[in-house]
Design a protein around this ligand. Structure first.
Ligand SMILES: Cc1cc2nc3c(=O)[nH]c(=O)nc-3n(C[C@H](O)[C@H](O)[C@H](O)COP(=O)(O)O)c2cc1C
Length: 191
């Protein structure tokens, strides 16, 4: 059985590097047969700043963009956030996208691919975990953290990882698969 994995690109600014990092990661995911993967690019999804009048817990959505986002997140079994670090935190676009929904995220695992300077985006992940756990998700400690990430981007704008990075991606995906299986069963048992 294949699990539905949604890889979410958190940055949306012009000239962003998020898609370059995500393209590399998607190639690794495709080597893991248990996942059926879909890319969700927040730039294409184009959510405005949270504009729903009701608490997301009620699922009384009034906007088409929210209904579409809700469906995309609801049908997933697991997520990977591809995120930079902006001023020691995650990009506001990612926080905004999370705040739109509530039930859809519950009891699902999240892996991270983070990138940045010396920190490799780790501070953004730490901050994200507050919201992630509040939304009932399980954040994985195994992550892909990419420090000084531009060194891995070649002149054709392709990400060329070294061996430790490749390995960390496989380790994270193996753990993600275990958590995905366990949490899917848990959700089904409590129906
Ligand atoms: C508003 C802003 C804040 C940033 N703050 C950090 C930071 O706190 N830590 C860091 O490692 N890099 C920081 N950077 C540099 C980013 O790592 C780099 O610009 C990266 O390309 C951002 O991801 P993106 O291209 O997908 O938007 C910042 C960049 C921007 C635009």
């Amino acid at each position: 059985m294949k699990y539905k994995l949604k890889v979410i690109i958190g940055s949306t600014r012009p000239s962003r590097k998020g898609p370059i990092v995500a393209d590399w990661f998607l190639k690794i995911v495709k080597q893991h047969a248990d996942f059926e993967v879909e890319l969700l690019d927040l730039k294409e999804i184009d959510l405005p700043l949270m504009d729903e009048p009701n608490h997301p817990r009620l699922r009384q959505y009034t906007k088409e963009h929210t209904r579409k986002w809700s469906k995309a997140i609801d049908e997933a079994d697991a997520y990977v956030f591809v995120t930079p670090e902006y001023n020691y935190g995650p990009p506001a676009t990612l926080k905004n996208a999370m705040d739109y929904l509530f039930e859809e995220w519950q009891e699902k695992p999240v892996g991270f691919v983070s990138y940045g300077g010396v920190s490799g985006g780790t501070r953004a992940i730490q901050e994200l975990k507050l919201t992630i756990t509040t939304l009932g998700m399980m954040p994985l400690p195994q992550a892909v953290n990419i420090p000084f990430f531009t060194q891995f981007i070649n002149e054709d704008e392709v990400f060329e990882a070294n061996e430790p990075l490749e390995k960390s991606a496989h380790v994270m995906l193996e753990k993600l698969q275990s958590w995905t299986k366990a949490l899917k069963r848990m959700r089904e048992d409590s129906k």
